[in-house]
Design a binder for this molecule. Sequence first.
Ligand code: 6GU
Length: 225
Amino acid sequence: MRIDIITVSPELIKSPFEYSIIKRAINKGFVEVHFHNLRDYALNKYGQIDDMQYGGGAGMVLMIEPIDKCMSKLLAERTYDEVIYMTPDAPTLNQQTANTLSLKENILILTGHYKGVDQRVRDKFITKEISIGDYVLSGGEIAAAVLCDAIIRLIPGVLGDETSALTDSFQDNLLAPPIYTRPSEYDGLKVPDVLLSGNFKKIDAWRHDQAYNKTQILKPDLLDE
Ligand code: 6GU
């Protein structure tokens, strides 16, 4: 997979790609990530990429021209399966969306800043819009890093133990059950007996019950899906 990210703050978004599973996925060649600084496509020598909004109102708007220049260059080089815009006024990211995107070949992600981008950018280039939740961040960079993390760890082969993504919270619309490790008793707090029983049929049933009950209490809407 190849991911291209267009941003006004490449430095803000780079570090999550330099650690742990994501770093390993890049080093092993499962994914390439390329950052493009929108400022490099500025209109003039002052580096202008934004302007005030028509109709008045606070906040600067990213202009279409620099984004067009950057996107047109990338779109001429390869075909993208999705051109994604990160914005709070969009459907919320979920595991299903991450699963689908993890199977794509080329993804282009545009992150907004300030008030956002000129609507015509969305109309002309964007095939999918994604929010990461019902709250507002200062920019889409951190949201894009969240999206990339969710996608990259699902690329087949990235996780050492293939089954571990399958037992994640949400993978079957259930939250993960409680987990324990040694010691079996700490300060009077005991690991549930069933997990020490060695009876894997019982353990599976217990985990499913726990997951179901937890989901019913914390996120009942998942059970309707
Ligand atoms: Cl994708 N961008 C911004 N700026 N804020 C957000 C978001 C995205 N998702 C939730 N809040």
